[in-house]
Design a protein around this ligand. Structure first.
Ligand code: GDD
Length: 428
């Protein structure tokens, strides 16, 4: 059988996700209407002989309890949350629960980072892994050379696909092939992690008897049970005929901040066209709003038929979208109210927020260049007829006061509609 493990991390890791990680753990933030971690879970379901899915993290159990029981029911696959008492690192966390994971006697362990957006081609990867015959197979993708430094860069043999060299977030360029954070291992991975941990213990003993520590400043602060998959396992095992790569030609994104979550939401919506078209709003029905591109609308949301929605819009439970509202490239969370003729472009609108009539919430900047994302946190009120641009953090019950003036709003309108910019209609 196969066991899947998804590393969900914990609260200290989610700070870049503020203010959206203030009331739910980042892995539960909705992308295309489903929790971030729901996407890899449904991908795991396609693995033949899947026995169990474990989520390992250091969030409180109660934060995942409802999600875990509902996703187990919905997908009919056993999903369990396992809490670490403290962070053990991406490999140490896995090792911490080795006895439980090995209870199902799996031949393979699928290991996934929760903060990546990807098509998760797991059955194909598993087949490739069996062919290679190694201990582990890493999903890789080609990225631009300028962006590679943010990831684990690697070099593989073009014929055998063996991993030859691995460098985690290197300062100088190594390769434009990067680690996607999606792996398949045989249970031998536990022996490899154990090895690192033992080595650390030996070094610690050595340090006590000599001044070895001064020679190893990088390792000084790491506890013996803290093991990182990339630096401590992948790097040293490269070139030893134990690790192989499988390259994906599909989409892949990392989800470290809310701006990346908006992009990922769009990628998952586009994937729904092939995997779950029933989840996409069609706009065919006579009573429906005008829909363009990929849009998700929760069944409990109320959308006025004169609203124009899309592309890349996802609307969560109990949201109310008024007459004449325009939504382009945004995530609208639970219980949000958007009143008549308001416009939301390139934004995330947090739980229970309300946007007044004729107001606009939008990203600042030139519409021809790269856009930021404007984020409203929980329970933010935007008055009627104001423009909100690139708000940093708006938290609970704050009134939105950092909006720009009516005069500036008129200028932005001119920019939007003028010869150099796009009008909202062109964006639709
Ligand atoms: N349970 C648990 N415990 N999870 C952890 C821990 C831990 O102590 N530390 C990290 N994680 C989880 C994170 O939530 C994330 O899903 C995954 O492990 C990897 O996180 P990091 O170790 O912070 O690495 P990263 O995201 O900066 O980079 C890794 O992933 C990239 C792909 O997204 C590296 O492996 C890169 O090489 C890779 O390109």
């Amino acid at each position: 059988s196969v066991v899947a493990v998804i590393m969900v991390g914990g609260p200290t890791k989610g700070t870049r996700f503020r203010p959206l990680s203030l009331n739910i753990p980042k892995p539960l933030f909705p992308l295309a209407g489903q929790a971030m971690v729901h996407h890899p879970i449904s991908a795991c379901k396609r693995i033949p002989n899947l026995a169990q899915i474990y989520l390992i993290g250091f969030y409180e159990e109660r934060e995942f309890a409802l999600f875990v029981s509902s996703v187990s029911n919905e997908l009919r696959v056993p999903v369990r949350y396992l809490k670490e008492d403290k962070p053990h690192g991406s490999a140490g966390g896995l090792y911490n629960f080795r006895d439980l994971i090995m209870e199902d006697n799996p031949s393979h362990i699928v290991l996934l980072n929760c903060d990546v957006c990807c098509s998760f081609p797991l059955p194909d990867m598993l087949e490739a892994h069996r062919r290679y015959g190694g201990m582990g197979t890493i999903l890789v993708i080609k990225v631009s050379p300028e962006s590679a430094y943010q990831f684990g860069e690697l070099v593989a043999d073009p014929v055998t696909n063996e991993l030859l060299h691995y460098a985690e977030k290197p300062e100088t360029f190594v390769s434009d092939r990067i680690n996607c954070g999606v792996y398949i291992f045989t249970p031998d991975i536990f022996t490899a992690i154990q090895g690192v941990s033992t080595q650390r213990k030996d070094r610690a003993t050595l340090r006590r008897v000599s001044s070895f520590e001064a020679l190893q400043p990088a390792n000084r602060s790491l506890p013996t049970d803290f093991v990182r998959l990339d630096q401590d396992i992948l790097s040293p095992l490269a070139g030893k005929k134990q690790l192989y790569v499988y390259e994906t030609m599909d989409f892949w994104e990392q989800i470290k901040n809310p701006g990346m979550s908006l992009k990922s939401s769009g990628l998952y919506l586009a994937q729904f066209r092939f995997t779950s078209p029933h989840l996409l709003a069609s706009g065919d029905g006579t009573k429906k709003a005008t829909i363009s591109g990929d849009v998700y609308i929760h069944p409990s949301a109320k959308v006025h038929l004169t609203a124009k929605i899309g592309p890349n819009v996802s609307i969560s439970a109990n949201a109310r979208i008024g007459a004449g509202v325009r939504l382009v490239s945004c995530i609208i969370l639970d219980d949000v109210e958007i009143q008549e003729n308001a416009v939301v472009i390139h934004a995330i609108v947090g739980w229970k927020s309300s946007i007044g009539r004729w107001s606009r919430v939008q990203a600042s900047g030139d519409y021809n260049a790269k856009l930021g994302v404007t984020i409203l946190g929980e329970s933010v009120t935007v008055e009627d007829e104001v423009v909100v641009e690139q708000v940093e953090i708006m938290e609970k019950d704050q009134e939105c006061i950092s909006y720009i003036t009516q005069q500036q709003a008129v200028e932005i309108d001119e920019l939007l509609m003028g010869p150099l910019g796009f009008s909202v209609d062109q964006l639709m």
